[in-house]
Design a protein around this ligand. Structure first.
Ligand code: GFB
Length: 308
């Protein structure tokens, strides 16, 4: 039976696609930046009778607010080339289904809320991540153009901020939740103050990586539309509240200091999850506290053998 190819299979989301139905690859298996390498990969797969039936494309050059702000060019270049090459190879080798990942940061910074897929191109994204956001927007354009010209059944999903086990805990380019967990671990260990970036006022929506994988597979099996599908809980929480929950779960009793010289970034990105809710009314999202507990337990159980 032909499998579903998962790219970025060792990352935060990709590592949640587990089972015999998946063929999992990472950047050390295939350099997606090079169109010829990607074509060769599918040529050999076809020759060996192992052409995947579909692709869940989780690979991407991703990072938190500072990772984006310091690498706008690289984030644009690598995401544009990775997405463009694999979508092009997929259609050339007749791959039937393809799911690409966007993020709610691709939406315009100044648009009527809540954020729904029809609003993606209604203005510039937030300045803190425009390189990444425009590159990701273009993968959706490529998919729409390929649906029209080649009749392929490809689409995108738009998750809000994802968190979970096996995240990237880098103390410069990481996303907020893995960085807070890592920094709080160090503050407890070294008995130092805990530094939060910014004011703590921005609002974010968070979805557990396991839920993202489950929802994506359900869409893979049941959705054939062209519109991207928002994957979120549509529940906003402030960074300050997240800090308090993590401090409670990690039993941190030290000083919590907000470093306002660090960027707050976009104030909020409230998304409209009505499409996925209508499609899967019984889907149980993992409550934030439960997801944070699992993420902290995973970190405590694996540190320092984690992605840094
Ligand atoms: O997760 P994060 O880096 O990305 O930051 P964005 C979220 C919020 O957390 C910002 C605050 O308001 C930060 O100021 N924050 C507080 C921290 N302390 C920290 C910390 O120690 N580290 C980090 N990283 N943030 C990204 C986009 O935006 O969202 C990406 O740039 C992607 O492209 C990702 O879309 C999901 O939510 O601001």
């Amino acid at each position: 039976m032909s499998k579903i190819l998962v790219t970025g299979a060792y990352g935060l989301v990709g590592s949640q696609f587990i089972g015999d139905e998946y063929q999992r690859i990472g950047s050390s298996d295939l350099n997606l930046l090079n169109q010829k390498y990607v074509d060769d990969f599918f040529y050999m797969s076809e020759k060996n009778g192992e052409l995947p039936e579909g692709i869940i494309h989780c690979a991407g050059k991703v990072g938190g607010i500072q990772g984006n702000m310091n690498n706008q060019g690289q984030f644009f270049y690598e995401n544009i080339f990775m997405n463009t090459s694999i979508i092009e190879s997929a259609r050339k080798f007749g791959i039937k289904k393809f799911i690409a990942f966007l993020s709610t940061c691709v939406f315009p910074d100044d648009v009527e809320y809540p954020l729904s897929s029809d609003k993606i191109h209604l203005g510039p994204p937030h300045k803190s991540n425009y390189g990444y956001a425009y590159a990701k927007r273009m993968s959706d354009i490529q998919i729409k153009a390929y649906r029209e010209q080649y009749g392929v059944n490809y689409f995108s999903v738009i998750p809000c901020n994802i968190y979970g086990p096996n995240d990237n805990y880098n103390l410069e380019s990481g996303h907020v939740i893995p960085m807070l967990i890592h920094k709080m671990y160090l503050a407890k260990k070294n008995n130092t103050d805990f530094i939060v970036w910014g004011s703590g006022n921005p609002l974010r929506e968070f979805i557990f990586s396991e839920d993202v994988a489950k929802l994506t597979k359900l869409l893979y099996d049941n959705y054939d539309g062209s519109d991207p599908v928002v994957l979120s809980t549509s529940e906003e929480i402030s960074i300050g509240e997240i800090v308090n929950i993590i401090a409670e779960l990690m039993e941190y009793g030290g000083n919590i200091i907000f470093n306002k010289t660090k960027p707050d970034g976009q104030y909020r990105k409230p998304s409209d999850n009505s499409v996925i809710k209508n499609m899967l009314p019984d889907f149980q999202f993992t409550p934030l506290r439960e997801g944070l507990k699992k993420s902290i337990d995973w970190f405590n159980g694996n540190y320092p053998k984690v992605r840094l």
